[in-house]
Write a protein that binds this ligand. Structure first.
Ligand code: C2E
Ligand code: MG
Ligand code: MG
Ligand code: MG
Length: 283
């Protein structure tokens, strides 16, 4: 995100966000202030059924609207929030805001079926997260079945027993679970079988190889087949081109998400995109 904003800003941003411990501390104190001053924003990216193009949900992706740095992407501050012990607070805000927004869209008659929220593995605590999720669902009046939590494969496998306990408690509430960035994290098949997930998200790295790297194509096929055998849905991430969508559809992948359809959008832009998308589908 910084790349598109010109070299001057880029330098400032790099200095502030990726250098040494001092700068990291600056980000950390900035994050504390960001919570208090409501500087976080959610953007929403559509998730579509590959067969008929219908919208199945949207993924909420957090951004930091910094007064000097501009819009900061999550890769730059989520890891800092995790290390600084701030991820619970940020994560809870994201969850509440995403569910609130979906209900606001309901009230506006937009009919968005579901919302996916990214969850840090540090939030996956069986003693805390299920109660937080229950409180958010109660506060917003959102049905649990319309909420999906995404956890990356690589972090899940760091402490699978702990993750399984928390995920089972969420599943018991009716919340749906997805493994994000699948294919990059060395899942043990024994654990995969025990995780109460309903969806695998094929990592963008493999999707972008479709059409030029036979190994990536084979990995996509293998993940789709594995998911089918385990009765899991597949969603391909980072679909940027029509030929990728075509390949995935032919291989039996269920869902897709990516710039080919829409970038992550602020709420007003998502509503406008949806109106245009549905008008197009109707003709
Ligand atoms: P992710 O959950 O795998 O999200 C997909 C990322 O790929 C997003 O980057 C999205 O903007 C980007 N993307 C989507 N379609 C395309 C495409 O067609 N091409 C390309 N090149 N990129 C595409 P973003 O928003 O920068 O998020 C990066 C990561 O930060 C996310 O990866 C997720 O792991 C994490 N993240 C985002 N929001 C949250 C949050 O609220 N909580 C936590 N814990 N992590 C979050
Ligand atoms: Mg995700
Ligand atoms: Mg991903
Ligand atoms: Mg990712």
């Amino acid at each position: 995100e910084a790349k598109r904003q010109g070299p001057g800003r880029q330098q400032f941003y790099e200095a502030a966000l990726s250098a040494g411990a001092e700068q990291r501390l600056a980000v950390e104190s900035g994050l504390r202030l960001a919570m208090a001053q409501r500087q976080f924003r959610l953007h929403y990216q559509p998730q579509l059924d590959l067969r008929d193009g219908t919208l199945v949900g949207v993924e909420a992706l957090v951004r930091w609207q910094h007064p000097q740095w501009g819009l900061v992407g999550p890769a730059r501050f989520i890891p800092v929030a995790e290390e600084a012990g701030l991820i619970d607070e940020v994560g809870l805000w994201v969850l509440m805001e995403a569910c609130r927004q979906l209900r606001a869209w309901d009230a506006a008659g937009l009919h968005i079926p579901a919302i996916s929220v990214n969850c840090s593995v540090r939030q996956l605590d069986a003693d805390r997260l299920p109660a937080q999720v229950a409180a958010v669902l109660a506060a917003t009046g959102l049905a649990a079945q319309r909420l999906e939590m995404e956890i990356t494969e690589s972090t899940l496998m760091r402490d699978p027993e702990r993750a399984i306990a928390a995920l089972l408690a969420l599943q018991a509430q009716g919340v749906r679970l997805a493994i994000d960035d699948f294919g990059t994290g060395h899942s043990s098949l024994a654990y995969l079988k025990r995780l109460p997930v309903t969806r695998l998200k094929i990592d963008r790295a493999f999707v972008s190889g479709i059409g030029n790297d036979p190994n990536d194509e084979q990995i996509c096929r293998t993940v789709i087949e594995l998911a089918r055998n385990l009765r899991l849905q597949t969603l391909a991430e980072g679909v940027e081109h029509a030929h990728e969508a075509e390949f995935l559809r032919n291989e039996g992948c269920d869902l897709a998400q990516g710039f080919h359809y829409a970038r992550p959008l602020p709420p007003e832009a998502l509503a406008a995109w949806l109106a245009a998308h549905r008008a197009e589908a109707a003709v």
